[in-house]
Design a protein around this ligand. Structure first.
Ligand SMILES: Cc1cc2nc3c(=O)[nH]c(=O)nc-3n(C[C@H](O)[C@H](O)[C@H](O)COP(=O)(O)OP(=O)(O)OC[C@H]3O[C@@H](n4cnc5c(N)ncnc54)[C@H](O)[C@@H]3O)c2cc1C
Length: 525
């Protein structure tokens, strides 16, 4: 295909916190093209409910935040990256405030105003800055407004990256599907920044919006980038259970448990104390596994999250969004009735491997945010560290990218072959459901060798079939996402099969203990 092409200095794929922060940071140095799969605000960032962690409390310090993060990472966090994140985080969070983000404050008895810091599971101090209980939405809105003010930033909505353009080990842009015109266009830039977020939609129950299909990991892997640690999938313990099929499970933030809400089985018994002395405030993986065990043992479909210990006044004051959402969409008044909840896939700790400056293994290709694996989270992520990671490493990637001045070679010969055969949508829907069900049944919260090897066989076959089909049929959102989900499912399962131990979020009943020789990342090339 020859003809139309769009050129800039920086190509940013994704308009969440990582993408927009990067775009704002480089905007004075050149033309920035931001492509985004749907409308620009439809991101995981937009749904972040609790907040962003930063060691700014009087009793806190970056070194305490470091210890908490590394403890959660179960021995395999990249300590250099963690140190950078906790040290650079506080000032970058304050830069968000300068950009217009209004984090919630509270008044002390002596009249002073201070940040109203929340505490979440695994954090030993109150350090979560939040904007009511719609932090992500607020941050996203502010960044979009700031980006609009920059003439150099052009945002393309409904433009979906299909493939990276890589020549001689150097990334030069991406093939992009313009969904409205149903056309594939090459976007060429000196620097490509991947900020496509996560891919928890690969599971049947997911807290992520529909955009989270792992596209960035899939396209980077196919272009030859290193991928790491994908076996560490975080399941959020408390997403709303509903019999109706919904695109995503609504999440009940950890902060609710931080304020005193308790988990009950359907007999009304509090059960977390059987599993961990920290009870409801144990880290997410512990709570998710406890719920999984309780459900499997009792043959029940959900447990209950009881907010009555929080009290009506505090619920309405602190969690107005959750209160309203549950009332309007599920008919549950959470000041009076418990919420039925189940664990749902929430966050990928692994992704495209980067160094602490956001560089991937492909020259000219940077990545940050949930798509990337800086190694900060190791085998498990602390709540509210992901927005911080996206902020800190998109910033560092931007600083590094500003120095990257290798020009795009002249006379690039670009060609994209698109298939012409038609395909019935039902076939695509069926394959998508097969992937999600396989992941849910065989590669879920608790794993074993047999289920993993079965999943690997199924997914390998599906993967081959989907790649082959992709080359025969016209490109569409459905086919792009199907291929991404298939690649991601395969990569998660491959990483999980390689790690013959249990550590953090990866729990294999055939290898229930951590092993010294596995105190390292799982890297796939
Ligand atoms: C319900 C929920 C609550 C959460 N709460 C918190 C919290 O309180 N604190 C916290 O720290 N973290 C939280 N997280 C996690 C956090 O929101 C994400 O990890 C973070 O926002 C990721 O930011 P990002 O910029 O990397 O990606 P995202 O914000 O997900 O943005 C990804 C962007 O990439 C675009 N994109 C994807 N594929 C393509 C493609 N092929 N072509 C073009 N564009 C593409 C998308 O359209 C989107 O614009 C939560 C997540 C969810 C789902």
């Amino acid at each position: 295909m020859e003809g139309e092409r769009i050129e800039g200095d920086f190509l940013v794929i994704g308009s969440g916190l990582a993408g927009l922060n990067f775009a704002l940071r480089v905007a004075d140095a050149g033309k920035v093209l931001v492509i985004t799969k749907k409308e620009r605000s439809e991101t995981n960032t937009n749904y972040a409910q609790a907040g962003i962690a930063a060691a700014i409390g009087e009793d806190d310090s970056p070194s305490i935040h470091f210890q908490d993060t590394v403890r959660a990472g179960c021995g395999i966090s990249n300590e250099e990256a963690v140190r950078i994140m906790v040290e650079e985080g506080p000032s970058l969070v304050m830069r968000l405030v300068e950009l217009g983000v209004e984090f919630t404050k509270k008044k002390l008895p002596d009249g002073r105003e201070v940040w109203d810091l929340w505490k979440e599971g695994g954090h030993s101090r109150r350090r979560i800055l939040h904007a009511g209980d719609f932090t992500g939405q607020h941050i996203e809105r502010v960044l979009i407004e700031r980006a609009k003010e920059k003439e150099n930033i052009k945002v393309f909505e409904d433009f979906i990256a299909v493939e990276l353009i890589v020549e001689d080990g150097r990334c030069l842009g991406a093939w992009v599907f313009d969904e409205k015109r149903r056309k594939i266009i090459p976007f060429i830039a000196r620097v490509v920044f991947l900020a496509t977020g996560g891919g928890a939609q690969v599971y049947l129950h997911s807290t992520n919006p529909s955009i989270a299909t792992g596209d960035g990991i899939s396209i980077a892997w196919r272009a030859g980038a290193l991928i790491a640690n994908l076996e560490f999938v975080q399941f959020h313990p408390t997403s709303v259970y509903s019999r109706e099929k919904r695109e995503r499970n609504f999440l009940i933030s950890e902060a609710v448990r931080g304020e005193g809400a308790v988990l009950l089985n359907l007999s009304g018994e509090r059960f977390m104390e059987k599993y961990d002395e920290r009870k409801e405030l144990a880290p997410r993986d512990v709570v998710a596994r406890a719920i999984d065990k309780e459900l499997k043992e009792r043959g029940e479909e959900y447990v209950l999250l009881d907010l009555s210990p929080v009290g009506e006044k505090k619920i309405k004051e602190k969690f107005p969004n959750i209160y309203r959402h549950l009332l309007e969409n599920y008919g549950i008044d959470i000041t009076r009735n418990p919420i039925p909840v189940v664990p749902a896939a929430h966050y990928l700790c692994g992704g495209v491997k980067t160094d602490v400056n956001g560089r991937t293994s492909i020259r000219g290709l940077y990545a940050a945010g949930e798509v990337a694996c800086t190694g900060v989270h190791g085998a498990n992520r602390l709540a509210s560290n992901s927005l911080l990671e996206a902020l800190v490493f998109s910033d560092r990637a931007a600083r590094d990218a500003l120095e990257f001045d290798e020009p795009v070679p002249l006379g690039l010969r670009l060609r994209f072959r698109e298939g012409k055969e038609s395909i019935e949508r039902i076939v695509l829907v069926h394959m998508r459901e097969r992937i999600k069900k396989t992941m849910c049944d065989l590669v879920g919260i608790v794993r074993n060798d047999y289920r993993l090897s079965r999943a690997l066989r199924i997914l390998r076959l599906l993967n081959e079939e989907i790649s082959e089909m992709f080359s025969r049929v016209p490109v569409s959102r459905d086919t792009i996402e199907l291929r991404s989900l298939s690649d991601l499912a395969y990569l998660i399962t491959l990483c999980a099969s390689m790690r013959k131990e249990s550590r953090g979020l990866h729990y294999n009943t055939d290898h229930p203990e951590p092993r010294k020789e596995w105190e390292r990342e799982t890297v796939i090339g």
